[in-house]
Design a protein around this ligand. Sequence first.
Ligand code: BGP
Length: 460
Amino acid sequence: MKIEFPKTFFWGAASSATQAEGREREDGKGENIWDYASKEYNHRFYDGVTTENTSYFYRDYEQDIQKMQDISFNSFRTSISWSRLIPKGTGAVNPKAVEFYNKMIDKLLEKGIEPFINLYHFDMPMELQNQGGFENREVVAAYKEYAKTCFELFGDRVKYWFTFNEPMIPAEAGYLHDRHYPYVVDFKRAASVLHNIIVAHCEAVQIYREMKLPGKIGIIMDVIPVYPRSQNPADLHAAEMADLFYTKSVNDAILKGKYPAKLKEVLIKYDQLPEISATDITLISETSIDLLGINYYRPRRVKAKECLPNPEGVFSPEWFFDEYVMPGRRMNTSRGIEIYPKGIYDIAKKIQTEYGNIDWFVSENGIGIEGEEAFIEEGIVQDQYRIDFLKEHLTYLKKAMEEGSNCLGYHMWTFVDCWSWGNAYKNRYGFYRLELETGEKSVKKSGLWFKELVQQNGFD
Ligand code: BGP
């Protein structure tokens, strides 16, 4: 049976500035937290690989965009590097960066590839991080200025804008779970960072609306659908809490204009509620988006907490649930996560039933594999596993669309193998393989398959 998609469907891949541009400090680019942390905390980074020469998109963008066209992309998401455009985060704009992003956008358009541009993909300029990053409301004001600058410079041609990629992650990974710089472990600080990011998002959307530019604006969320181990009240409660903290908190604020009442109740009970002004509450309630991106990689299997948390310890959502690996499930062992294609369908249904069936697209989905060189035969990575992964997810996506979900496109993570925040180049995700030593980029079997998929708008 043929799985067919609408003719207008967006097909392509996603990437981000820090993970792909490389040439970290070239042509006036300022330092961001990744440039800093991957050097100063080098031991935390896989193989000690820094951001210095990630995937060479800054150097190779023309050939890379040709490579996108070669496999029939009609759209591509990347981010603008705030610290390349405005090296200190506020103030002077870097003309070389303006030139680069102009050329990149024009080249994409020339090749018939719609640019989807994201403003913030985890990459706070170092100067602003030193002033407290998103804990500081002046940095929120700086973000608003940066967003406005981007809209002024590129808003005549870019029709699809995104304020943030995965707003939860800088808060959770940077201020609670010790994975991103500044490696703080403090729930209340994480909560106020998250809140300030949501405010920054709203400010950018408001500014965009005021400018009356001819495009759409949205945000990209990571959604990890939660599944309880059983229907026992304790397991159901654990699942409810995992979903409340990690998904509903942001989704409700962005898509319903208010934080969930239950979240407030829990945070008050544990004395963890950050200060939120009435003005912020109004701003959140008055801001709506046009288009939602969803990054989907894995499900979260949840059961009731087995050991009670130490009440003296740092408060965390993990006080309320345990995650577990369900026996017999398919795993991606390179990342240690479950492969669950139906998750994409479940997310689509949730958007349809709980979030007003808003227009959305899959903004990231993909499979990171360690040691892909072992699959090279006749000079090409024979990544049949990636093709199977895509087919399975797309089949579920199509089912949701047949049932009325307004999904407009699918972007795989990623275009060319890129640098990962924790794992550098260990796990490979791209339609194109990157040879680290030579910088050479060659299409994988999945890239050739994708080309046919786009040309036929579907697959058998
Ligand atoms: C998403 C991020 C991407 C990318 C991807 C793969 O959450 O938005 O930037 O990194 O995950 O994850 P990882 O790089 O950890 O393998």
